[in-house]
Design a protein around this ligand. Sequence first.
Ligand code: PLP
Length: 488
Amino acid sequence: MHAPDGAQRPLNAASFRAHGYALIDWIADYRETLSSRDVNHATTPGAIRAQLSACAPETGEPFDAVMHDLDSILMPGITHWQHPGWFAYFPANSSYESILGELASAGLGVQGMLWSTSPACTELETHVLDWLVHALGLPAQFLSTNTGGGVLQDTASSAVLVAIVAARERATNFVSDAKGLAGANSALVAYSSDQSHSSIEKAMRIAGLGKDALRLIPCDATGSMRMDLLRARIAEDRASGYTPFFVNASIGTTGVNGFDDVGAISRLCCVQSSAKPIWLHVDAAMSGTAALCPEFRFVVEGTERADSWCFNPHKWMPVNFDCDAMFVADRSELVRALSVLPEYLRNAATDSGNVIDYRDWQIPLGRRFRALKLWFVLRSWGLVALRNLVREHVALAQDLAARVQSSSHLQLVVQPRLNLVCITHVEGDAATQALLERVNASGHSFVSHCRFGAANEGVDRYVLRVSIGALATKREHVEQLWNLLAIH
Ligand code: PLP
């Protein structure tokens, strides 16, 4: 189809090649020149929309016009998460390999909701997640060749939602899947630390249990859930007639990267008078990647009796968003909780019971070929290079922590075990905040904050967080950041 200006629209194979090659160049140029840009965006609310046409075009425009507006309108509104000076929130690494995997997935455009709708999509996912069980040193119950298996969710938020729904069903003998919670006749309660991610509360609300049924247990000075308080709260709830059904353990809290004692929690989940153990879910969103290195396997310690475990390759591992790897110990519980089989999805492979249909392991029906980018990264990088990436970031973080410790005006909030350094100014919150603003005004480094105070301290402090994990970050970039932090 030729438009009046002679351009081919929609793209055909020939023009797709031309624009596609140009787009790859555009991405590579962007990455190569990233360090010359300011990390943060340079826009104000509404400024981007004000430049966009009010309605979608009636007739297609040349692709070059779209690319032009990407550069001129959208780029000023981009926050550069791939920048070497990215120390905010958490890393969101997008390697070249994963970009190509994403492109291949979009090119194939398959739906992997059932094994039969694209067998390779399912089988690669199952296989690559089994690779990860071995690569991370996770226990054998998470293998697909065992009772469990892995599934790619979009995010850790979806993983915990799915886990809570399965746990709710197990706790109510799968009554509530037919009758709703009214049929369950039980006051279910869940537990997580007060430092755990907001997705736990959101999942409780979505699952119909409500946030009041989530007991937020205070942490100690390292950001680890207080076991004495957890134990006491579970006992108190039981005595009051509630049914404890779910505990979330954080392996790396978002704020200060605190680590819960998964082994001790799992013993607590299993020891109880009623027949059913409490479901233990482990959220290792960022820090799970560190388990690739044998010396950081404390990250998976105690998981032998966990019911589900998840981490985000889309954070520290260089697999672009979205990619959350979730493992379950007993896949039949998950499938029973989430499976609905309408006639139009029936097929011989499903009926045989010999295949995995991942639609039964997640909230949506449709699913894309997400495993491809994970496979591209694992194949092209290899585990050695991935381990070295983690080691490099941890070493940079430990160096920075040592400098903070020996400085007269800065303090560490917790001793970092991995790649997150949490800092306060000795003069208090206002001085810490001023320091953050100075760093973020520099253009070359960008950090974020949280508030943290252990239960026994009684007061939350404003904390400057330095998360070292971006693919492009090298020693010189941490030096640059330190030069700003070091100024009194
Ligand atoms: N859990 C923890 C500990 C996190 O730090 C985060 C994100 O920051 C999440 C869960 C949520 O991740 P996602 O965006 O994949 O839902």
